[in-house]
Design a protein around this ligand. Structure first.
Ligand code: IPD
Ligand code: CA
Ligand code: CA
Length: 271
């Protein structure tokens, strides 16, 4: 199996680098700040990136399946392997010329994520992990931070596109984190939020409403860097297809869960 993982991660890394090159080809080439211009341009980068990714995956592994954000499912109908792809994570940043965007490729085997790559081409940062093999940035091993109190922690969160429907609970959670931590960021690219926790720059990340392609690679990065990934409630396991995700260095995890669930009290999100 290790040999199979090696081939998978090598391919995922190569494809992510190629997709990142596509992103850079269109980055900051906006001619105007009109909304349509943004959307058109982002669509080109998204589409070209995803087309390349799924073509290359199936060329290398014809019996695998691919789930891509833009195009849905490709490849084998029945396969133990599912590649879960966000061809451009951080679209809003990208459209505004901010460098915080990435390609995210996670690979699951019979439902368990076994390999992940997050590549942020404008930052020149390539994050990789294989289950049991550790997490790396540009081939250097990374570890989560050692901060063990929420009051010393720097957190990050994000807001789903349907945030208008959930303003109240989102603000409640945010308020608790503002009160009890050193600070909280919103970077705008979930795959990088996970990566920054894995690398120890940030201590915790939570978000409601993420999709599998936002999380597949990043969740493995955090676990392999020594951190913890769960749902919102105590004992709620992390669910790649669920909506409630928390990642941390492990040490502040329980305290962070207590803050975002208001000590286990009312949280009005759907599960
Ligand atoms: C989004 C980003 C953002 C998160 C959103 C995602 P996209 O992905 O990861 O940080 O808050 O929930 O949908 O649309 O840029 O691929
Ligand atoms: Ca995304
Ligand atoms: Ca995307």
């Amino acid at each position: 199996m290790t040999h199979e993982y090696d081939a998978i991660i090598a391919t995922a890394r190569r494809i992510a680098l190629e997709a990142g090159a596509i992103q850079m080809r269109y980055f900051r080439k906006l001619e105007s700040y009109e909304k349509k211009g943004h959307i058109d341009l982002v669509t080109i980068a998204d589409r070209e990136s995803e087309e390349l990714i799924h073509r290359e995956i199936l060329h290398a592994f014809p019996d695998h399946a691919v789930l891509g954000e833009e195009g849905g499912r490709y490849g084998a109908e029945q396969s133990d392997y599912l590649w879960i792809v966000d061809p451009l994570d951080g679209t809003t940043n990208y459209a505004h010329g901010l460098r915080l965007f990435a390609v995210s490729i996670g690979v699951s085997f019979r439902g368990q994520i076994i390999a992940g790559v997050v590549y942020a081409p404008a930052l020149d940062e390539l994050y990789t992990a294989t289950r049991g093999g550790g997490a790396f940035r540009n081939l250097q091993q990374i570890r989560v931070s050692e901060r063990d109190k929420l009051e010393d922690a720097l957190l990050v969160t994000g807001f789903p596109y349907d945030r208008a429907a959930h303003v109240k609970p989102l603000m409640t959670m945010l308020g608790e984190c503002i009160k009890s931590s050193r600070g909280i960021l919103r970077l705008g690219a979930a795959s990088l939020d996970f990566a920054m926790v894995a690398a120890g720059h940030l201590d915790g990340f939570y978000e409601y409403g993420l999709r599998p392609w936002d999380m597949a690679a990043g969740a493995l990065l955090v676990e392999e860097a020594g951190g913890r990934v769960t749902g919102f409630a105590k004992d709620e396991k992390f669910d790649l297809f669920g909506k409630r995700s928390v990642a941390s260095n492990g040490r502040i995890h329980d305290e962070l869960l207590r803050a975002i669930t208001c000590e286990g009290g009312a949280l009005t999100f759907p599960p």
